[in-house]
Write a protein that binds this ligand. Structure first.
Ligand SMILES: Cc1ncc(COP(=O)(O)O)c(C=O)c1O
Length: 367
């Protein structure tokens, strides 16, 4: 068996590369590199895909979240609820917006923020809830929406890992007041460099995001606030337009792979991730739990199978936040950090590969 990488994406991209290069070449020849028709076309196509009224293309997923928070009006003095386990950028985006991340625990089965875990973290200064559709599994937005409505809070989706996921028939990106996407290479919809987008139904949020991504310019030479140099590159938009029509098939393939992992008895060996009720997830990473995580990674590695721990330091224990004093105790976030292991996943993960991963996991635990 050939080595199995963690991200089994490349074979799905391969046949599309000539078209990507052709479209990118056309952008190079057009001379329109910053915003312009290619970016506008992608924004309109991605908004259509997600089912949101507006899409604003930005430079990366982190700035998508920062800009969306600022577009809500969040800033200094405000608190934003963030799950204790996510990629660092989720919390970083809050700090970069001038606000303070307040960490809440995650649900042990779905790995997402819930109403029950978010509620204890609320204070009078809370201005927004930044939920994360972690590993491509949608957070339970209806209950978080109810909480946000009761307390007058904005609801922002970190959909960086969840392009293609759905909850109750609505796509990630159209569930909150706004959403931030990352198109970092390897994401469910990955560009060929850094790229991101904000989606929203709110025309004021969209207009503010358009200003903020472009130095806070309301029109040429007139800056109503300070913003960012954070536009989606036309050359990335050209590539994303080629890939977007395939996202549905790739998501279905990821879902099939997750199902086969479960049906192959993997759940007898490790704790499997659980899809949020009412969701149709888009497994970006397939993260299981086992107290023998490090041993498993090593033994799979010896068998040519790449597995990786995600994320070994939870957000509330990151050195960057040490100056805030004692970190809260968030047992489920901490357990995922200690025991979570991502197994190979991707749109090109073949059944034989899944069977090989499960067999190697069985062997690893037999010894
Ligand atoms: C959950 C999550 N949020 C935010 C980001 C930030 O995206 P980017 O790397 O495009 O800035 C990422 C990915 O890197 C992510 O996985």
């Amino acid at each position: 068996m050939r080595p199995i990488p963690l991200f089994v994406t490349r074979p799905a991209l391969e046949p599309l590369l000539p078209l990507v290069v052709e479209r990118q070449r056309a952008v190079v020849e057009s001379g329109r590199y910053i915003l312009g028709p290619e970016v506008e076309a992608f924004e309109s196509e991605f908004a259509g895909y997600v089912g949101a009224r507006h899409c604003v293309g930005v430079a990366n997923g982190t700035e998508a979240l920062t800009i969306a928070l600022r577009a809500f009006g969040c800033g200094p003095g405000d608190e934003v609820i963030v799950p204790g386990l996510s990629f660092f950028a989720t919390a970083e985006a809050v700090v970069n917006a001038g606000a303070r991340p307040v960490f809440a625990d995650i649900d042990p089965a779905t790995h997402c923020l819930t109403r029950e875990t978010a509620e204890p973290a609320l204070s009078e200064r809370t201005r927004a809830i930044l939920l994360v559709h972690l590993f491509g599994n949608p957070a339970p937005v209806a209950e978080l929406r109810a909480l946000a409505t009761e307390r007058g809070l904005h609801l922002l989706e970190d959909a960086a890992q969840a392009a293609g996921a759905e909850l109750g028939g609505t796509k990630a990106g159209a569930l909150g007041d706004a959403a931030g996407f990352s198109f970092y290479p390897g994401k469910n919809l990955g560009a060929f460099g850094d790229a991101g987008a904000i989606t929203t139904d709110d025309p004021d949020v969209a207009a503010a995001a358009r200003r903020l991504r472009d130095h806070g310019a309301a029109r040429r030479w007139v800056h109503t606030e300070t913003g960012y140099t954070s536009r989606l590159d036309a050359i990335q938009a050209a590539a994303l337009r080629v890939l977007l029509p395939h996202l549905g098939d790739w998501t279905a393939a990821r879902r099939r792979a997750a199902r086969r992992y479960a049906e192959s008895g993997l759940g007898e060996l490790v704790i499997l991730p659980v899809e949020t009720p009412g969701a149709s997830w888009a497994p970006h990473l397939f993260v299981c739990l086992t107290p023998r995580r490090d041993e498993l990674i090593e033994r799979l590695g010896a068998a040519g199978i790449e597995a990786r721990a995600y994320y070994t330091t939870p957000l509330h224990r990151q050195p960057a936040f040490a100056a805030r004093g004692a970190a809260p105790s968030l047992p489920h976030a901490e357990r995922l950090a200690a025991e979570g292991v991502a197994l190979p996943m991707g749109p090109a993960l073949a059944d034989e590969m899944i069977d090989a991963v499960v067999a190697a996991t069985r062997r690893a635990f037999a010894g």
